[in-house]
Design a protein around this ligand. Structure first.
Ligand SMILES: [Zn+2]
Length: 207
């Protein structure tokens, strides 16, 4: 159950996909704290256009994105804009966790399908094949970089219960969103994620 009755819950270690119309606002909420949510965005009218970490970080000249920053596509169009952010630390470097992540990094013999598998399953009904899944924008994921060596370390998220990040859809989108399945990313505990969509309105009417 969500405290906010307009919010949807993503169960621990699962994922969903849904559409946004241009102008809609998507708020991703960490209801308990220290929980990552992987976010993907595709152009709903041309699924070959997808959010691009490489272009976004290049144009921002920064790896930590927050309020006011844009998420660009592989075609350098803005798909989403961050309009509110109570945390200020998210990751856009690392791919969604996957069965291979758990096999290679954790040594799991029977690995969970991870965010990648959850995203692939949720996006399949929209006609999006697994090989089209790029680096996700990892809401609340805290990847710390050693500036001298470039060493990455995945640290506990800085998010506390109720923290959130809000995106505005700049075009019509298909969104994939998870409650991340990797122990290290979530300080050792799998928790739900909540999200809310506020439709674009003008004068109180959905346009
Ligand atoms: Zn994950």
């Amino acid at each position: 159950m969500c405290a906010d009755d307009r919010a949807h819950e993503i169960a621990p270690r699962s994922g969903v996909a849904f559409t946004l119309d241009k102008g809609d606002r998507l708020t991703v909420i960490d209801p308990r704290g220290e929980q990552v949510a992987d976010l993907l965005a595709f152009n709903r009218h041309d699924l070959d256009e997808v959010v691009s970490s490489g272009r976004t970080l290049d144009y921002a000249s920064r790896i930590y994105l927050t309020t006011g920053d844009a998420l660009y596509s592989n075609r350098s169009n803005v798909l989403l804009r961050i309009v509110e952010d109570t945390v200020g630390r998210h990751d856009f470097l690392l791919t969604p966790c996957s069965a291979d992540t758990f096999r290679i990094i954790y040594g799991d013999a029977q690995p969970h399908r991870g965010c990648f598998g959850n995203l692939a399953a949720a996006l399949a009904p929209f006609g999006i094949a697994p090989d089209r899944i790029p680096v996700a924008f990892n809401c609340f994921m805290n990847v710390v970089i050693d500036g001298a060596t470039g060493t990455l370390s995945v640290e506990p998220p800085l998010s506390r219960a109720g923290d959130h990040i809000t995106f505005e859809a700049v075009t019509d989108l298909v969104i994939g969103l998870t409650a991340c399945s990797a122990l290290q990313s979530n300080n050792g505990r799998f928790k739900p994620i909540h999200y809310r969509v506020n439709p674009y309105t003008t004068g109180g009417q959905k346009s």
